[in-house]
Design a binder for this molecule. Structure first.
Ligand code: GLC
Length: 786
């Protein structure tokens, strides 16, 4: 069954029933305040940090019942009530998610309602606009109630000890609404916390309510639920709130009495926001709300316009043009924390750097501040902290081995994208005191990883590398990671672009020598002759791991991918590695990250073997690793393989009853055939997948890639891509690339005509013009050279 589809342009996802198999959500944010909003208004919100500045209440059961929600109730003169969310009762329902907004239209009992929530780029909060229309032929009177439920600070305190946490709260009436305060707040959940939550939450309306309260109990009551609130069951009303309320289970419930003639309509707007304790609560008017809605639309359309593609593949266009960008922005703003599934995902440096890489073409300027902030999560000895929090928090060094390497990817791509080398001299702190340049941080981090090697001269895996869950094969400090060795070679060589900006010739030389030695070590160790692919690691006991010696987990995806991307095997080995992926790891919906899944816990392997088979890192179809792999296909010119795997990985091309989670964003994984839940998506939204899918398509498949000299055009295309366009902003110039591939080639030589002039080579030079038109034609290799 289908529960929804893209709009004609692909910029909206239209959901046609509230009975989706899971909550299908959107993230509404300006980068500071963030609200997760499902297709029935469910979801929580927070300010900057989902753990310490919770605003709307988060509960882990939200994943299964999607409550509490931002509810709007309508009660008619007969006492009948329903919601404008599509819960309880409805005749017609439609919800739309778009960048920065979500709306729901419901018709019931000849009454039409529409709610739209949106995030303003300027105000830290979420607006809701509610419209009700009387479609019947007689005048009618209604009570309308809006409902929100709060946390007010540390989410874990609310989750662990709600009645105790509530002892510190109060709600105060304001001119047009309510302000909520918390007298107790701590960063670590300490019982004896002795601080005020430094913020206050508020809810204000453009239309004065008849009555309102800050206490859930006044509305829902004991042994009732949000779907059968006591006040509505007894057809009651709320009085105006005149005094401070204490002893509350924090909520905001507003009541308006509305009378409508036949065809009559009324709109009410609400702003739920958060602000510093001493700052004034804004008041809102209809005009103000209209302006903020326009600002939201403008903000997102400018972001979306930075890279636009028109190809023969409609779903690819929609994902690249809209949904990958939205997903990348959310990950880039808030990391892997604010999830329906989990509280936290460490370690953050790795994810932050990849998120920056993905989103760079979309927000190059904002990426600078992000890198300056997250590179400071390092200790003086080059070890990296566990998080990258925006709320100050004491950091511990991580036990994952790979983190600093990702700094190279983020920094190199930043330099190439923007040309701004001043970032290298930014002075930033260390977590254990002192400071140095950002460049020095990079060198310390990279050098520490390069020095941390084991018996085969390969990097120690310690308690995990990119694969967090492979946490025990190197616990004794002897086990080594083949994948990390490949990635290290890649990073040491890629770092040259950064080092050259500092004329650091000696270090370029040193890094190249380490990379060359590492490559030789790999050539001696990484190839599994019997399996015909790259092995994964060596254990603390010196045993080969993730290879044909093992009964389970005998092939891993990442070494096949990165062996090719880093170019550290023979040409034949690289080709065979990709064939092995086809043979062992490909499923109908993407690539498994290992095969076969571990069937029982093995303390020597770690948590990966404790996950149920076919889920998470234990052999799931892992979207993030699949996305890496597309780049390996492009490197070897395997366009059909690349495109086949890409299509299989598209969430919008899955059976929605099987996949269950949102079709418009990537989930972290889908259960593999080893699981009875085969094909079911999980850990939606918060994953590096969108970033890598986006760049794999734009940079490597459509082949528009920034370099220091300009935009290189080097596609790797499926035969059906005979013509396409890419419009991409690069260093303040908007390039419109009209590409033709008349012979349906996978790869070839590109002939370029730039603003009407044929040019040599495959790179469009950097220009100061505002716009640049490029005609690119793909020709067979030999015709041009001959
Ligand atoms: C999660 C983490 C990421 C990690 C991956 C594999 O996606 O966010 O950092 O690399 O899992 O373990």
């Amino acid at each position: 069954m289908s529960y929804g589809h893209f709009s004609e342009d692909g910029d909206e996802f239209i959901i046609t029933t509230p009975e989706t198999p899971r909550p299908w959500i959107n993230y509404l944010s300006n980068g500071e305040y963030c609200g997760l909003v499902s297709n029935t208004g469910g979801g929580f919100s927070f300010y900057r940090d989902h753990r310490f500045h919770g605003v709307l209440r988060r509960e882990f059961r939200q994943f299964s019942d999607d409550l509490p929600a931002r509810l709007w109730y309508i009660q008619d003169e007969r006492g009948e009530y329903w919601t404008a969310n599509g819960l309880i009762d409805y005749d017609r329902y439609e919800a739309r998610h778009g960048p920065g907004y979500t709306n729901i239209r419901v018709a019931n009992n000849n009454i039409s309602t529409r709610i739209e929530w949106f995030a303003s780029p300027e105000i830290d909060g979420e607006f809701a606009t509610f419209t009700i229309r009387n479609d019947s032929d007689k005048p009618q009177a209604f009570k309308v109630f809006s409902y929100l439920e709060f946390i007010l600070g540390n989410f874990m305190q609310d989750a662990h000890e709600r009645t105790f946490a509530n002892l510190f709260l109060r709600a105060e009436p304001t001119t047009r609404g309510l302000a909520l305060y918390n007298n107790r707040w701590s960063l670590d959940g300490a019982f004896a916390a002795n601080d005020q939550w430094p913020l206050k939450a508020y809810v204000v309306s453009d239309t004065a309510p008849e009555g309102w309260t800050g206490n859930r109990d006044d509305f829902v009551g004991y042994k009732n639920s949000l779907l059968t609130p006591k006040l509505l069951k007894i057809n009651g009303s709320l009085p105006p709130l005149e005094d401070t309320q204490t002893g509350i289970d924090p909520a905001s419930i507003f009541q308006w009495n509305v009378t409508l003639e036949p065809g009559g309509e009324q709109s009410i707007a609400l702003l739920c926001g958060v602000t510093g304790r001493d700052e004034a609560i804004p008041s809102i008017t209809k005009q103000h709300v209209t302006e903020q809605r326009a600002a939201c639309a403008d903000y997102w359309s400018r972001l979306m316009d930075t890279v636009k593609v028109e190809t023969p593949d409609r779903e690819l266009n929609f994902m690249v043009n809209y949904w990958n960008k939205l997903q990348m922005m959310v990950n880039n703003w808030f990391g892997r924390g604010p999830s329906y599934y989990h509280k936290d995902q460490y370690p953050a440096m790795r994810d932050c750097c990849q998120d920056s890489y993905g989103v760079l073409p979309v927000i190059p300027e904002q990426t600078r501040a992000k890198l300056v902030r997250v590179f400071g999560f390092m200790f003086t000895d080059g070890r990296i902290g566990k998080g990258c929090n925006r709320v100050v928090y004491s950091e511990q060094p991580t036990d994952k081995a790979d983190l600093a390497l990702w700094m190279v990817l983020a920094l190199k791509s930043y330099l190439v994208e923007t040309g701004d080398e001043t970032i290298l001299d930014e002075v930033i702190p260390f977590l254990d005191g002192g400071e140095s340049s950002l460049y020095d941080h990079l060198i310390r981090g990279l050098s520490r990883v390069a020095d941390d090697t084991g018996p085969h001269g390969l990097p120690l895996i310690r308690n995990g590398d990119w694969n967090d869950a492979l946490d025990m094969i190197g616990d004794k400090g002897v086990g080594e990671s083949i994948w990390q060795a490949q990635f290290l070679c890649y990073c040491l060589r890629e770092a040259e672009t950064i080092l050259a900006r500092k004329n650091d010739a000696a270090r370029i030389d040193a890094f190249n020598r380490i990379a060359d030695q590492m490559e030789r070590n790999l050539l001696d160790t990484q190839w599994d002759e019997k399996g015909g692919y790259f092995i994964r690691a060596f254990t603390d006991e010196g045993k080969r791991f993730g290879c044909s010696d093992n009964e389970e987990g005998y092939i891993y995806l990442n070494p096949q991918t990165w062996g090719v991307i880093a170019g550290v095997g023979t040409a034949e080995q690289q080709r065979k590695a990709l064939e092995a992926v086809d043979r062992h790891l490909e499923t109908d919906f993407g690539l498994m990250n290992l095969y076969p899944a571990y069937s029982r816990p093995d303390p020597g392997i770690g948590i990966i073997s404790r996950f149920i088979p076919g889920h998470k890192e234990n052999g799931a179809v892992f979207s993030h690793a699949t996305a890496f792999h597309l780049i390996a296909r492009a490197k070897l010119g395997d366009a059909e393989g690349l495109y086949r795997i890409y299509r299989k990985s598209l969430p919008c091309c899955r059976d929605q009853d099987v996949y269950k989670v949102e079709p418009y964003v990537h989930s972290q994984f889908a259960a593999s055939p080893a699981s009875p839940h085969q094909g079911e998506g999980a850990y939606h939204w918060l994953t590096g997948t969108a970033a890598w899918m986006f760049r794999a398509v734009v940079d490597f498949m459509l082949g528009v890639q920034p370099t220091e000299q300009g935009l290189q055009i080097k596609p790797c295309l499926p035969a059906s891509f005979t013509a396409y366009t890419v419009t991409r902003t690069f260093r303040d110039t908007v390039y419109r690339i009209e590409a033709r591939n008349p012979e349906g080639l996978a790869t070839g030589t590109v002939q370029l005509v730039v603003d009407g002039e044929p040019i040599e080579g495959d790179t469009v030079p950097i220009t100061s013009a505002a716009r640049c038109h490029v005609a690119a034609t793909l020709r067979p290799e030999e015709k041009v050279s001959g």
